[in-house]
Design a binder for this molecule. Structure first.
Ligand SMILES: NC(=O)c1ccc[n+]([C@@H]2O[C@H](COP(=O)([O-])OP(=O)(O)OC[C@H]3O[C@@H](n4cnc5c(N)ncnc54)[C@H](O)[C@@H]3O)[C@@H](O)[C@H]2O)c1
Length: 421
């Protein structure tokens, strides 16, 4: 029985938006049309059909993908998501964004991304293990520690990474920890990897505040979303002396100009990051975004800041902890108003940098402390932020376009040297 899939209408838009940004960035960089011709699609996109015997004895056929955007600089690298709405367009767009993240942080990688159409909630652990193992067998010809390095993404975790690494090592008949990152520590995982993405957000936020002349101590901050990312960021900023004047979750928002009690809210928050339903004074997310603050951190879902509300936002700095919270039109409005927008590709780049550190440690057989990982992460992200900011100032473009230009620079040069363009 084939797995049921649902249409995911947003996916082609994500691909189209990513392609448009790449095209615009290459034009600003003075690259010929041939660069875009190659970069508008992945070099390889593999589709696999995977028959799995389910616990009840029936066979179910799953569809999986692996996109490898560009390997001019080095092997591709990127996550795997297990989700019913995974499509080839989605993994294509995400592989392109991974290329940008690797490029702007100067990692020796291009972007990759994969996924399997499946609904984890309906599968047992044994079925998931069989699916993880068969997926890597199905794509084994095109992946490997020097070809394409895998990692977790939505709805995948360290256990699945361990199964995939184990299956790949069996296939190749040698232990291959550097083939996949975010493994359990005992299998060659890296200290600090789990918090590296959100830790990275705090590093670029600190740099953005410096660049905009805003002191974090005493700054008024609104955080949209109070889950893993939003809760961590609210706590980090609160401890750094900022005043968290607003937070929100899926059902509403809380705002107080004198600051909220973040520790109390974190204590009351449930496992889904929900807390505002406990308060009669809750307002809507839309109302929250229009309140006074110096720094706004969207850390929930996409398309929250649009051409309809961008002009009402009071913050001088907006840091996109979530993926795609600001539309292209809203990005333009921010740029025309002088709001410093730190785009998602830069704000969330800490994860792939820490994945790279994990692979370096696997190759060396020598492991670093969490403090060492964070020190190195700081160094890479400060450099990345400064480069992107400088490109934005020099080329008079917004930070999102500047991030794409920084992300494509090395890849474009490598393609030229290789004679691909
Ligand atoms: N988990 C991480 O380490 C991490 C790090 C950096 C960035 N991110 C990104 O941040 C975003 C959130 O991830 P997470 O891990 O915190 O998820 P999560 O599921 O832990 O939390 C999501 C939060 O957003 C809230 N939310 C959902 N819909 C909302 C809406 N319409 N309006 C306002 N709030 C809403 C939920 O109530 C919850 O508080 C994602 O885009 C993710 O990619 C996650």
């Amino acid at each position: 029985m084939a797995v049921e899939t649902v249409p995911h209408t947003e996916q082609p838009d994500v691909l189209e938006q990513t392609q448009q940004l790449i095209k615009k960035a290459l034009e600003h960089m003075g690259c010929a049309e041939s660069f875009y011709e190659l970069l508008k699609r992945p070099l390889r996109l593999m589709t696999v059909r995977i028959p799995i015997r389910m616990d009840d004895g029936s066979i179910r056929v799953f569809t999986g993908y692996r996109a490898q955007h560009n390997d001019a600089v080095g092997p591709t690298k990127g996550g795997i998501r297990f989700h019913l709405a995974v499509t080839p367009e989605e993994v294509t767009a995400l592989s392109m964004r991974m290329s940008i993240q690797c490029g702007l942080t100067d990692l020796p990688y291009g972007g990759g991304m994969g996924g399997i159409e499946c609904d984890l909630r309906t599968m047992s652990a044994a079925e998931l293990e069989r699916l993880s193992r068969e997926y890597v067998r199905a794509i084994s010809r095109i992946v490997g520690p020097t070809k394409d390095i895998l990692a977790p993404d939505m709805y995948t975790n360290a256990q699945m990474m361990a199964w995939i690494m184990d299956e790949y090592s069996r296939l190749r008949e040698f232990d291959s920890p550097g083939f996949i990152t975010s493994k359990p520590l005992v299998l060659g995982g890296s200290a600090g990897r789990e918090s590296s993405t959100v830790k990275g957000v705090t590093i670029v936020l600190r740099e953005a505040a410096k660049a905009a002349g805003v002191q974090i101590g005493g700054a008024k901050v609104i955080v949209q979303g109070f889950g893993h990312a939003g809760g961590y960021l609210a706590k980090f900023l609160h401890d750094a002396g900022a005043k968290i004047v607003g937070i929100s979750d899926a059902s509403g928002a809380l705002y107080h100009p004198d600051g909220l009690d973040v520790d109390y809210l974190l204590e009351k928050r449930d496992a889904y990051g929900a807390v505002t339903h406990l308060f009669a004074s809750a307002i809507s997310n839309r109302e929250l975004l229009a309140q006074a603050c110096d720094i706004l951190i969207p850390a929930a879902i996409e398309n929250q800041i649009t051409e309809e509300n961008a002009a009402n936002i009071k913050a001088n700095i907006v840091v996109e902890a979530a993926n795609g919270p600001t539309t292209a039109k809203a990005t333009e409005i921010f740029a025309s108003r002088g709001v410093l927008l730190v785009p998602d590709v830069l704000a969330s780049a800490g994860g792939v940098v820490a994945s790279y550190f994990e692979r370096v440690q696997n190759n060396q057989g020598c492991y670093w402390s969490e403090a060492e990982v964070y020190r190195k992460l700081d160094h890479v992200l400060v450099k990345a932020f400064r480069e992107v900011h400088q490109i934005a100032l020099e080329s008079k473009v917004d930070m999102r376009l500047a991030a794409y230009m920084a992300g494509l620079r090395k890849m474009a040069e490598a393609m030229r040297w290789r004679g691909w363009v």
